[in-house]
Design a binder for this molecule. Structure first.
Ligand SMILES: Cc1cc2nc3c(=O)[nH]c(=O)nc-3n(C[C@H](O)[C@H](O)[C@H](O)COP(=O)(O)OP(=O)(O)OC[C@H]3O[C@@H](n4cnc5c(N)ncnc54)[C@H](O)[C@@H]3O)c2cc1C
Length: 500
């Protein structure tokens, strides 16, 4: 007899979605999470009685009739989420160094065009073409549209490059840059990031953009409750160290020495970590090497600011900034000119409509920038200081970031009560990735096929899920969760149930 029908490694959004959906189909689920808190990137933490998000600042597709709305409704968490719709006339505002004009990206395709036409009169044709192309590309992704289909549908759009496409639709350089202005959302790289990534993400926010009120961990908590209510178990502070078995997976070996048996196993980890932990020789060396050699997206430097009470007005939009006129340049920073870009998110709180109590400012940081401390490890359940020089490094970077932010938000320093910093090392240690990458495997239009990871492995009862499969983000990972469940239950029937 097995301990569980399905054992899941990791309680990131992918693991939790699989746990909830399979639990709803009568499977006994056990989830094993190395951290104290469930949720992976959905975790929040509190400082000075203020909730701070680690990896959810806004979510798309949650409006009535939209894809994520339908999935969360099906799972039974939609009506319990505390959400706030962002400014319909500009959920994202794009700004550039010397240009004092804010450019707004709006919700609803008609409104999206209308707002940009105010800044770019005469660009109607380009904007129509842009919007139609986004819709055309999104229509080719069956699961995104909650229907079954196959890879061939999307084949002909996978090699479109985002930066070249934007350059092709208009001569207006500023409009090209504005349309790429929130590319921090997918760590965009000129001549690399496929247009389908831009399209799937942009479309979800144009459809509707939402903040989680009082933090994104509510998604994980609601999913966790659902799993428990269905008889599933979530074991926190329980690290999996080996996925054992040769022909098929027989058990998970936990760090505490226990063995967990199950009929099916799902890994929510980065595929490179999964294959490293898997002993089965069913996984061929070529497959292992391919997964281990895939390039990951860059890491992040996150400045979380706790504000003095009632000093900073809540912004119902995000501000994406570029120091130069080139929205793709931020990722190519040097030691001297860092930071070249940032996104500023005001957190929505239930105790005030007018003010926010905290801000998150996000920019890029490469893993090698913190390489000096790579042999340290620090999480709340296993705290180890990384040292005074690391603290000094974080402070120096935080102040440099604030110097740049201050140019657009001149009073910001006077509103700060305290601030806390996360680097690629924080993400590495909490997520369990090798290099603290923000969004996992980097997608490249030159080689799109190679960066699609199947949920199926050659070991018949081992499956993968999470942001590395298809698309990162709350929407992307939730859909990947359904795809993984579709390896165990009937995907067509599941999608029908979701869309009724
Ligand atoms: C800074 C930042 C900002 C973001 N902002 C947004 C946003 O605004 N909107 C949006 O939609 N998306 C955003 N994202 C992306 C989104 O948060 C992620 O794509 C998504 O949450 C990833 O989910 P996942 O299931 O792939 O796994 P992860 O969140 O990576 O979770 C993996 C889990 O596995 C656990 N684990 C690892 N190793 C082991 C082991 N050996 N044993 C047991 N457990 C283990 C980890 O502890 C973790 O809980 C952001 C991401 C980052 C980094």
């Amino acid at each position: 007899m097995y301990d569980y029908d399905v054992a899941i490694i990791g309680s990131g959004l992918g693991g939790l979605v699989c746990g909830a959906v399979l639990g709803m189909h009568g499977y006994k689920v056990g989830i094993f999470e190395k951290n104290r808190q469930i949720g992976g990137c959905l975790q929040t933490y509190a400082r000075d009685k203020t909730v701070i998000d680690t990896g959810v600042h806004y979510i798309g597709g949650l409006g009535p009739g939209q894809n994520l709305n339908a999935i969360f409704k099906y799972i039974g968490i939609l009506d319990k989420l505390k959400l706030k719709q962002m400014d319909v006339d500009g959920f994202d505002v794009i700004g550039f160094g010397d240009d004092s004009k804010p450019y707004k990206l709006a919700q609803g395709y008609t409104n999206f065009k209308k707002q940009l036409l105010a800044d770019f009169p005469g660009e109607e044709q380009a904007l129509d073409y842009y919007c139609n192309k986004i819709k055309e590309v999104c229509a080719k992704f069956p699961l995104y549209n909650l229907r079954t289909g196959d890879y061939s549908e999307k084949e002909d759009v996978l090699n479109i490059d985002t930066s070249s496409f934007l350059s092709s639709i208009t001569e207006n350089k500023k409009l090209q840059q504005v349309l790429a202005g929130n590319n921090l959302l997918y760590a965009g790289i000129a001549d690399k990031t496929p247009f389908y990534i831009h399209a799937l993400i942009t479309n979800s926010f144009i459809e509707s953009a939402w903040k989680c009120v009082d933090g994104g961990s509510q998604i994980a908590k609601l999913l966790g409750k659902k799993i428990h209510a269905l008889g599933g178990e979530i074991h926190r502070n329980t690290k999996v160290v080996q996925i054992a078995g040769l022909e098929t997976i027989e058990h998970l070996l936990l760090e505490n020495g226990k063995k967990i048996t199950a009929k099916y196993f799902i890994s929510n980890l980065h595929p490179a970590q999964t294959v490293e932990m898997t002993e089965s020789d069913q996984l061929r060396n070529a497959y292992r090497t391919r997964l281990q050699n895939l390039e990951n997206t860059i890491g992040t430097f996150l400045l979380n600011i706790v504000l003095k009470k009632d000093t900073f007005h809540y912004l119902n939009y995000n501000y994406h900034h570029h120091e130069t006129d080139d929205a793709w340049e931020g990722i190519n920073y040097t030691k001297e000119n860092w930071p070249l870009t940032y996104a500023l998110f005001a957190n929505a709180i239930s105790k005030s409509e007018q003010f926010t109590d905290s801000l998150t400012i996000m920019t890029y940081m490469r893993y090698e920038d913190v390489g000096k401390w790579k042999d340290t490890f620090n999480t709340d359940s296993r705290p180890h200081e990384r040292g005074a020089d690391y603290e000094a490094f974080k402070k120096e970077k935080a102040e440099r970031l604030l110097d740049v932010v201050e140019k657009k938000f001149p009073n910001i320093r006077s509103c700060i009560q305290s601030y806390y910093v996360a680097t690629p090392l924080s993400y590495r240690d909490y997520q369990g990735s090798a290099d603290g990458s923000m969004y996992g495997i980097l997608k490249d239009h030159h080689n799109s096929f190679n960066t699609f990871i199947s949920p199926r492995t050659r070991v018949p009862n081992l499956f993968l899920t999470g942001q590395n499969l298809n698309l990162h983000g709350i929407l992307g990972v939730t859909i990947s969760g359904l795809i993984t469940c579709g390896e165990i239950i009937d995907l067509g029937a599941l999608l029908e149930d979701i869309t009724v």
